[in-house]
Design a protein around this ligand. Sequence first.
Ligand code: NAP
Length: 242
Amino acid sequence: MKYALVTGASRGIGRAISIKLAEMGYSILINYKSNESEAKKTAELVKAFGVETELLPFDVSDKTAVDTILGGWIDTNKDKTLEILINNAGHRQDALLMWMTGEQWKDVLGSSLDGFFHVTRLVINGMLRKRYGRVVNVVSLSGLKGLPGQVNYSAAKAGVIGATKALAQEVARRGVTVNAVAPGFIKTDMTQDLKEDELKKIIPMQRFGEAEEVAHVVAFLASDKASYITGEIISINGGLYS
Ligand code: NAP
């Protein structure tokens, strides 16, 4: 049985990706941090495609939790193949650097950069053994361009971009690809507090994107059709930055 693990799958972009991968026939491991009721809604939407699904709550920044819960799942499910990993969990804690606390720095790097390391390290071995795998990291325009007020978030996402390019070269010979998508402004809980009417004026397409528009690209990169693409970062930003 083929599985995809989507981190941060309870809401937003992660939910949309889970639905697309279920549509492709993958059973889905739904990771989230704490929002169980939303994670259950994702599970219901995924089940509509007739695939299996399991909730796997853990904080990706917490190495012990990842090792125990994800490592435990891998150990007890040797008959199941984890073929796709989507490192999507992440969040913002914006502040100008001069006012940024150590907590805000650590927390944002923890969920994106440390999370990438903790989760990918456990999953990649199985992919290498099977000589097939797809890793897609959800980064951000912020990690490519750098955005003021987001020194922590820009650093975290730029770190994952570097890691994507490096890991892609480490595992290419074993049929495993590692790519990233870099969304601009996408309508989710994460962007709820932003002034969309003002911000859309600077976007050539004059609108925020939808989570599904990110999910379509992720699904392609996670498919066997993207077999000769690796180490690539694809922007999904309505023309805002390239
Ligand atoms: P969202 O709606 O706020 O959802 C965030 C998801 O990540 C939730 O499922 C949340 O779980 C989970 N999460 C957060 N921290 C976690 C942790 N430490 N461990 C495990 N799960 C964690 O955000 P989104 O807009 O869909 O964002 C998804 C990804 O896209 C993020 O990496 C974000 O940086 C990136 N991104 C978003 C935008 C945008 O405009 N929305 C733009 C560029 C990049 P709970 O529900 O349990 O809290």
